[in-house]
Write a protein that binds this ligand. Structure first.
Ligand code: PRP
Length: 209
């Protein structure tokens, strides 16, 4: 199956850490550390095509024109599990501002329920990375992207770890122009709309709930 606008970041180091993350015997302390590391490793690929602008710097020897990112960066984790990727990304993009979107899945219907939002006022002019480790039905991701579009965001990427084909298709149907980056595309959703093989409930494993 091929997915337009989906970039699979299949780096061997990421794949190794992802397998550890999936392991049912990995406790919340290890889970947190691994999620943080994988998120950081993905940044390199996710930001690869960001535009730069010239920046004049004086080295100890002479003046030269280097480069810097053309736009400011805003990181938007989908609460709660997206928070587990934030620090890893911030280590590489320490100047990024953060917005927060609270969305959870109704346990019976799997429909997304929004409960919180706070975004930087100038988010529309920035590069936005929407982060959430799980893309299952795509309901949460699609709702979050729609909210960011309403706030005027145009330069946006959705960064997740594990995606289900159904979720990718749903996000793509609603928002075909938004690239999706993930470290794995798993087989399917089960009857409870959980990604299989997946890694379980990322929020619960991350926070020990
Ligand atoms: C999980 C996950 C995503 C969402 C994915 O969050 O972190 O946000 O489900 O599912 P979807 O693609 O079907 O919408 P959850 O609802 O468990 O909330 P939590 O992060 O607070 O645990």
């Amino acid at each position: 199956m091929s997915f337009p606008n989906v970039i699979l970041v299949a780096h061997p180091v990421i794949q190794t850490k992802l397998s550890e993350l999936r392991d049912v015997t990995t406790d919340h302390r290890e889970f947190r550390a691994l999620l943080d590391e994988i998120a950081g490793l993905m940044v390199y690929e996710v930001t690869r095509d960001w535009p730069t602008k010239p920046r004049v710097v004086r080295t100890p020897l002479e003046e030269m024109t280097g480069h810097e990112l053309a736009r400011k960066v805003t990181l938007v984790p989908i609460l709660r599990a997206g928070l587990g990727m934030a620090d890893g990304v911030l280590k590489l993009l320490p100047d990024a501002r953060m917005g927060h979107l609270g969305v959870y899945r109704d346990e019976k219907t799997a429909e997304p329920i929004s409960y919180y939002h706070k975004l930087p006022p100038d988010i529309a002019e920035t590069e936005v990375l929407l982060i959430d480790p799980m893309l299952a039905t795509g309901g949460s991701g699609s709702a979050a992207i729609a909210f960011l579009k309403q706030a005027g965001v145009v330069n946006m990427k959705f960064v997740c770890l594990v995606a289900a084909p159904e979720g990718i298709a749903a996000v793509h149907r609603a928002h075909p122009e938004v690239p999706i980056y993930c470290a794995a595309i798993d087989r399917e959703l089960n009857a409870q709309k959980f990604i299989v093989p997946g890694l379980g409930d990322a929020g619960d494993r991350l926070f020990g709930t």
